[in-house]
Every structure is written in C-alpha cells, then in structure tokens.
Design a protein around this ligand. Structure first.
Ligand code: GLA
Length: 397
C-alpha cells in the first residue's frame, strides 16, 4: 500500500498491520495482555452500486486497512458489563441487558453486536476491549461494517463457535438494519467477512455467494478521498431503496434483478424509472466487469467503471460535487482507465483503475487537479486484502 496526500510525502501512512499493534498495545497498557484478537477490513466497491438490496451483483474487494478488537474476559459472560476503550472515540461501558440504541452513535454498532449475539445464544457480556482502526471513517470505505464484523468474529471466537462469512455478514447487517436503523444491503459486511486476498469478489446478492475474481494484470486500484463527508445520506438511501421496491412491485417482479431495460421503460413515474434504469444497467455492467477481469481486459473494466459513475450521477443521483470533481481529475490524469464514486455516495471516496506504470504520475496529477471547497485529495493504491480473521495475540509485537 502506498499513499500520497497533498501535504505528505509518499508512504506516510502506517503499514497495514498498524491497527493490530496499536490495539494490542492499548489493551496491554490498560488491562494487561489480551486473550483474543480479531481484525476485519474495510472495502472498496469496484462496480455494482446500490444493487445489493435489489438481489443484484456487486464486485467489491477488501482493503489493507483493518479495524482491530483486542479483548480479554474479566466478568460474568452472561450479564457482566462490556468495557471498551476505542482509540479516537473514547470509552464506554455497555450493559448487555441495556438498550443498544441508547448509547452514543459510534458505540451502537458494538452494543448492537452484543444484543444481536445474545439473541443468538452467544453469551456476550463480561469482557473488555481495545479497538483501533486504520479505515478512514465516514469515507464510504465501510468502517462501520468492519467494526461489526471484527466484533462478531471476536465474540464467536470467544464462545468457541465458528460461522461461515455469510452468517457473520447477516448478523452485522441486522445490527445496521435493526439497531442503527439503516436499511443497508449485505455487501459491506459480506466482503469484510469473506474476502480472499489478492482478489476482488463477484457477489451474487440473491444466492449470497462470493466468486473470487483476480484483477487484470498491469493495473492498480487507486482509492481517492475527496475529504468530504456525508450528511443525512441515510435519508436519501432509504428513499432510493423505496423507489426500487416501488418499481419492482409495479413490474410484478420479486426484485429489480429480474427486470429488463425494456420493462423499466414502461414505469410510470419518471424518477422511479431513472432509479430502476440504473439498477438494471448496473447489474449488466457488473457481470460484464467480472467477464472483463477474467479476460484480462483492463480497458473494458475501466470503461464499465466510468459508465457506472455516469449512471449513479445522472439516473440514481447519488454522486456529489466533490465526487464528480475527483472523478474528473482522475480521468484527466496519466494512466487512468476508468473512475467512479464508490459506496453509498454523496461524499467520501472514489475509485480508479490505473495503469501500474503510471501510478505515481496519476497520484500527483489527481492531487494537483482536484480542488473542492478547500478540500484536498488523499490517494492510496491498494492490493486486495483478506477478509476477517482471529489473530494470535502472542504473535503481535
Ligand atoms: C452502502 C450500503 C451497502 C450498499 C452500498 C451501495 O455501503 O451499506 O449495502 O447498498 O451503500 O452500493
């Protein structure tokens, strides 16, 4: 992983394992050695945006940025308090019998895990934990999903249970849907739990399967942070999802995955028609992107990514001025094969496919070319990382 921002020299970011060492160090300084450590990565979605809650296809990869939870058990596993110190967010004591929606917003993801796991018969009280992350928060790189997946991985590990990535992902999605109150799909938690190192994954959100898919040769994935952060994006997310459900109901299909472009053209409301048009064409682009990756066709993959951005900007209307500006700066930069917003939209990060030999010139050019309301770009080039895992605490320096 390498990084450049307008104020930094190259490689100014910590190594991928930095959050791991910090979490173990924080636990040691507070309570002594942790007995269990779990990590879960953030993600970038290469293509297939807002398709997951339409039973469709997405193509995300895990990033070499982790959220880490280092814990030890000190109290009653059934009812004891959960004591947490979170680097950057502060401290909280969670009562497993309490209301998980009553705690501070950042801690709801954690209190939600405690509550949902208790409902599944996993004793989730009586522990203390140090939490750290290298995932920029609120940047559309799934820091919330990584926290949920890391905490679930840790607690089922503590209970001596094992779960398939999709089971972990579903529990994390329930935390978002039932406790945090965001009607999000399965993509973020599923890729954080199930990613295979060195590969992106074609995700079928109906059959709930992941197909590891290698990147074409000679390219790198660049993540470009606009420096903007979303506000009230949850409202727009719910509206988009409702429009998709309206369209599917009017067409008499289970989900928009089952609709064609011709069917969508018959929808009465012009806004619902545009939203549905994005979903149907995005599903086709995502399948074509996976084919292009298998055929080692980087130019076609880049073209599809740029077409996805145009559809999200014009039909689905979830881009933002900062995202459009950084995509434009990327497209005007050396070696760029395609670029698009990534994740829910409105703010945060975009992603570009870049010829590997041009990555340094690309990065400098995006930083020089992007200006939006005083924000500066940060650019990382990332290789696809592995999904969540337990880590031997004794092996951490
Ligand atoms: C957010 C949600 C995901 C997905 C994306 C858009 O990241 O959590 O489920 O819907 O937006 O593709």
């Amino acid at each position: 992983m390498s990084t450049l921002s307008s104020n930094d020299e190259p490689d100014a970011t910590p190594a991928p394992a930095a959050a791991l060492a910090r979490a173990v160090g924080l636990h040691r300084s507070r309570w002594g050695a942790p007995t269990l450590v779990a990590r879960a990565p953030g993600r970038v979605n290469l293509i297939g945006e807002h398709t997951d809650y339409n039973d469709g296809f997405t193509l995300p990869m895990a990033l070499p940025f982790d959220t880490v939870i280092a814990l030890s058990g000190a109290g009653d596993p059934e009812s004891g308090l959960v004591e947490v110190v979170s680097e950057g967010f502060g401290e909280i004591a969670i009562d497993p019998a309490g209301d998980p929606t009553a705690v501070e917003p950042w801690a709801r993801h954690l209190a939600g895990v405690v509550a949902i796991l208790a409902g599944e018969g996993v004793a989730s009280g009586g522990w203390r934990a140090a939490i750290t992350t290298d995932i920029p928060t609120g940047a559309s790189l799934s820091s919330s999903a990584a926290l949920e997946v890391a905490a679930i991985t840790a607690l089922i590990g503590r209970a001596g249970r094992a779960m398939a990535p999709i089971e972990i992902a579903r529990l994390g999605q329930r935390v978002e849907n039932e406790i945090v109150g965001l009607p999000s799909g399965i993509m973020d938690q599923f890729i954080s739990a199930g990613a295979v190192a060195g590969h992106a994954s074609l995700m079928d959100c109906r059959s709930l399967t992941l197909t590891p898919t290698p990147l074409p040769g000679g390219v790198v994935i660049a993540i470009m942070d606009t420096g903007t952060r979303r506000r009230l994006a949850e409202v727009a997310y719910g509206e988009r999802r409702a429009a998709c459900e309206r369209a599917a109901a009017e067409l008499g299909v289970v989900a928009l995955r089952d609709a064609t472009v011709a069917q969508v053209a018959t929808l009465h409301d012009p806004v619902v028609r545009r939203r549905a048009h994005h979903i149907v064409t995005e599903n086709a682009r995502t399948l074509a992107a996976a084919d292009a990756m298998r055929a080692d066709d980087a130019a076609e993959l880049g073209r599809l990514m740029s077409a996805s951005h145009a559809s999200l900007r014009d039909d689905y209307e979830v881009s933002g001025a900062g995202l459009d500006a950084i995509v434009e700066a990327a497209m005007a930069s050396p070696g760029c094969l395609g670029a698009r917003m990534t994740g829910g939209g409105f703010a945060g990060c975009a992603v570009a496919l870049v010829d590997a030999t041009s990555i340094d010139a690309f990065t400098t050019s995006v930083i020089d070319g992007y200006r939006f309301e005083g924000h500066r770009a940060t650019v990382w080039s990332c290789a696809p990382a592995a999904g969540a895992s337990l880590v031997d605490p004794d092996a951490v320096a």
